[in-house]
Design a protein around this ligand. Sequence first.
Ligand SMILES: C/C=C/C(=O)SCCNC(=O)CCNC(=O)[C@H](O)C(C)(C)COP(=O)(O)OP(=O)(O)OC[C@H]1O[C@@H](n2cnc3c(N)ncnc32)[C@H](O)[C@@H]1OP(=O)(O)O
Length: 260
Amino acid sequence: MAENTVVELTISEGVGVITINNPPVNALTLEVRSQLKRILQEVEGNKEIRALIITGYGSKCFVAGADIKDFPKQMETGPRENATIYKEMFTFLEETPQPVIAALNGLALGGGCELALACDLRIADEKAKLGLPEVTLGLIPGLGGTQRLAKLVGPAKAKELLFTGKVISAREALDIGLINQIVPQGTVLEEALKLAKQLAKGAGVAISYAKYLVNKGIELSLEDGMEIEMQYVEKIFLTQDLQEGLEAFINKRPAVFRNC
Ligand SMILES: C/C=C/C(=O)SCCNC(=O)CCNC(=O)[C@H](O)C(C)(C)COP(=O)(O)OP(=O)(O)OC[C@H]1O[C@@H](n2cnc3c(N)ncnc32)[C@H](O)[C@@H]1OP(=O)(O)O
């Protein structure tokens, strides 16, 4: 990475990899915020990127949280401005059509765990740990953690983690549905790339619709959710990708999806 670069984007085979490299713990400093915002602007609308991975550099931390050392300043100006910029970035990850994978190379704590929660999928190194320890500082999560965690693992488990601030192992996180997969130590980026490349070759329109409908459906009644689902089924029946998928199956050949 070039001098003073703390967030880097690389793109290969349809997969964008965003790496946060802000030693010693990849804390979400103002510089990380600024560079991550610029990189997500690069990602937006980039048709070359059909799947996105976010990871941390090194084996210790994915992201160890917001920059605690910046808090005294925020206590003067108020937390809203900093939090709003991060929340806009996390919402982008949640709403961008591409599938977004958090490759948890190490500790995902506080804002780092909230960043992972804003991604669609979470793959963790077997040594990774996750938690929202804000309460141990007399704080609460401010980047969506109280909302997304409860939706993902349920209110009772979310309250347990939020009230105690405890940091849990990848195994415990898998058991409660906080992560999708555990991989051997040191292989999380390799494994995330395998999955991301598979998704990048997939039917991007269908995947983006499934992402939208799951996220939207959580807020709706079953009846309203199924109505929107049917609207998207009607839309997907008009895509060339569906024709390609059907023809490929009938002709016993791999489908080549072009996201149209
Ligand atoms: C809305 C969102 C809110 C939040 O995210 S609040 C923050 C939530 N995160 C945390 O509470 C984690 C705090 N950090 C820790 O628990 C520990 O650290 C670690 C487990 C990450 C690592 O522990 P160890 O290996 O013993 O190293 P070390 O000496 O504690 O830290 C190394 C250097 O990194 C700084 N640091 C650690 N975490 C943060 C952080 N979140 N923001 C700013 N700096 C951090 C330390 O102060 C120290 O620095 P120096 O070497 O100068 O003493």
